[in-house]
Write a protein that binds this ligand. Structure first.
Ligand code: CA
Length: 224
C-alpha cells in the first residue's frame, strides 16, 4: 500500500510519513500543488492525504485535476481547524473524507484504513496454487494453514501475487513496497524475500518463490 502525503508544512508532512511507515505503508511526501499533481498522476498510489492550503496550486485544484485522471483514487483532505467552508469545498471537489488540523495520528490512521477498506481493496482474494491472501483482512493461508506475516512481508507477497508468473526486478519491488526514494535497495529486498520464503515455502511443495538470475524474482507454481 502506497500513500502520497501532500503537505507544505514539512514537520507535519514528516510526522505523517513516519507514522504511516511505522504502520507498514510506503509513503511519499510532496510540498506543493504542482508536485502533488505530478506525483498523483504519474505514480500508482492507493490513497492521497491532501492538505488544502498549498503553494503553487491549491489543494482543491490538485483534487480536481487528480479526479479527472483517477476518479476512484481515495483522497483524504486535511482542513484548517473548524473551517466548514473548506470541508464543504473539499467534499464538493470529490474528497472521500476530511480531517481537521490539528489531529491525532491515530485518527488519521483509522480514517485511512476505513477508506482503503471501502475502496478497490475490499476483500480481494489473491490466489496461486494452494496459497491464498485476503488483502483486506491481511490473512494468508497455504494448504489451509494460516501464515503470519509482518507488514512488509505481506506487502511484498501481495505485490508478487499481483505479478504472478512474471519476473519482477528488485527495483520494481522497492518502488511498490518501499518508497520511491528508498536508497539502499542492495539487500533489503533479498532479506525480506528470504523471510517470506521461510514462511510460505518451507515445508510446502512446490516452492513458489523463484530467484531469476540477473533479474530478480518470480512467484509461480509452474516450473522455471
Ligand atoms: Ca498548508
Amino acid at each position: 500500500m502506497r500513500i502520497l502525503v501532500v503537505e507544505d508544512e514539512k514537520k507535519v508532512a514528516s510526522f505523517i510519513k513516519k507514522g504511516l511507515q511505522q504502520e507498514g505503508y510506503a509513503a511519499d511526501t510532496v510540498h506543493d500543488g504542482d508536485e502533488a499533481v505530478h506525483n498523483a498522476i504519474s505514480f500508482d498510489y492507493d490513497l492521497i492525504v491532501l492538505d488544502l492550503m498549498l503553494p503553487k496550486r491549491s489543494g482543491l485544484d490538485v483534487l480536481r485535476e487528480t479526479r479527472r485522471h483517477k476518479p476512484k483514487l481515495p483522497v483524504l483532505v486535511l482542513t484548517a481547524k473548524g473551517s466548514l467552508e473548506e470541508k464543504v469545498a473539499g467534499l464538493d471537489a470529490g474528497a472521500d473524507d476530511y480531517l481537521a488540523k490539528p489531529f491525532a495520528f491515530a485518527e488519521l490512521s483509522a480514517r485511512i484504513r476505513a477508506l482503503l477498506r471501502r475502496g478497490k481493496h475490499q476483500s480481494t482474494w489473491l490466489k496461486l496454487a494452494d496459497l491464498e491472501m485476503d488483502t483486506a483482512s491481511r490473512q494468508v493461508h497455504r494448504a489451509g494453514q494460516t501464515i503470519d506475516l509482518k507488514l512488509k512481508e505481506h506487502a511484498l507477497l501481495e505485490f508478487l501475487l499481483r505479478h504472478a508468473h512474471r519476473p519482477v526486478t528488485r527495483t520494481m519491488i522497492v518502488e511498490h513496497v518501499w518508497d520511491i526514494h528508498f536508497d539502499s535497495i542492495s539487500n533489503v529486498v533479498d532479506v525480506h524475500i528470504n523471510s517470506l520464503r521461510n514462511k510460505i515455502d518451507r515445508g510446502f511443495s512446490p516452492p513458489l518463490i523463484h530467484t531469476i538470475r540477473g533479474v530478480g524474482y518470480m512467484l509461480t507454481d509452474r516450473s522455471t
